[in-house]
Ligand binder design. Structure first.
Ligand code: NAD
Length: 277
């Protein structure tokens, strides 16, 4: 069996085109959706992500402002920037690019973002709402995964979904979204025992581990839908968490690059537009 490769690029493109139309409509009503991104330091991966976000905003007609702060910036300086963005009525979405340099308190900064402008969906108010079944801003990567499943008409209800990874950014919200769609969800993590046995039961397997080639073909149930969230740099190349040979066992597989990453950016645009509504 050879898996159907899920074309995140194509699905994201369709989303971006639809969103660009909605942005244009919003602008005709006198409102330009505006995303402010705060980037602290010189982390090369973060710089690439921020540039990609800027380009995507530009193409969709969304105004974007990037506030760059020095690697050594003090907690108070960063918090003052967030406060100023909260108070600026022209800014609809605020995103603080993670990870922050080690001396900064990430949780405190995220808690300071106005939940109505929290387009990353990392504020406790928004994660709580997702947990309560009243989602507002949902983290872009797991939201993108759900939209990709939807685009391929993949049923979720009643399926056994296994999520490897329990981060606040991907694993936990991913599990919540699958649960909200009536999947039976298992969350696995670094302390999970007999991981292979569990993953082999998955109708839908989501890998969000951050280890290249972590999911081996032997861990995949024949015909399963395998979603590779991982972004790992190996010898200058971007690879996922799923070994390419898993395509011989899976029914569906997302490529890296060209899979979930594309959807993440599309969902950021969607959340920014939503914040401007
Ligand atoms: P993280 O480091 O916060 O979490 C990794 C998770 O993997 C942890 O919960 C940990 O328990 C689990 N894990 C580690 N080793 C394990 C093991 N041996 N067995 C089982 N579980 C194990 O990372 P994250 O922020 O959740 O990101 C995960 C991956 O997704 C990274 O590669 C990241 O770059 C990528 N990512 C991609 C996008 C995208 O747009 N495609 C967005 C965010 C993150």
């Amino acid at each position: 069996m050879s898996a159907i490769i899920m074309d995140g690029r194509a699905v994201a493109k369709a989303w971006k085109e639809k969103l660009a139309e909605q942005v244009a409509q919003k602008k005709r009503m006198g409102v330009t959706p505006h995303l402010a991104v705060v980037l602290v330091g010189e982390n090369p991966a973060s710089q690439v992500y921020v540039r990609n976000k800027e380009n995507a905003c530009h193409k969709a007609g969304i105004r974007s402002t990037v506030i760059r702060l020095d690697e050594t910036c003090a907690q108070e300086e960063l918090e003052n920037v967030v406060r100023a963005l909260n108070a600026d009525d022209s800014v609809h979405g605020i995103l603080v690019q993670l990870p922050l340099p080690g001396h900064l308190d990430e949780a405190r900064v995220l808690a300071l973002i106005n939940p109505d402008k929290d387009v990353d969906g990392f504020h406790a108010m928004n994660s709580g709402r997702l947990m309560n079944g009243q989602p507002r801003f949902v983290p872009c990567t797991p939201l993108g995964v759900m939209k990709l499943l939807e685009a391929y008409d993949i049923p979720v209800e009643g399926k056994h979904a296994v999520v490897i990874g329990r981060s606040n950014i991907v694993g936990k919200p991913m599990a919540m979204l699958l649960l909200a769609q009536n999947a039976t969800v298992t969350i696995c993590h670094s302390r999970t025992q007999n991981l292979d046995e569990i993953t082999r039961q998955a109708d839908i397997l989501v890998a969000a581990v951050g280890k290249p080639g972590f999911v081996k073909p032997s861990m995949v149930k024949p015909g399963a839908v395998v979603i590779d969230v991982g972004i790992n740099r190996v010898d200058g190349k971007i690879v996922g968490d799923v070994a390419p040979e898993a395509a011989e066992v899976a029914g569906f597989l997302t490529p890296v690059p060209g899979g979930v990453g594309q959807m993440t950016i599309a969902m950021l645009l969607a959340n920014t537009l939503e914040a401007a509504q």
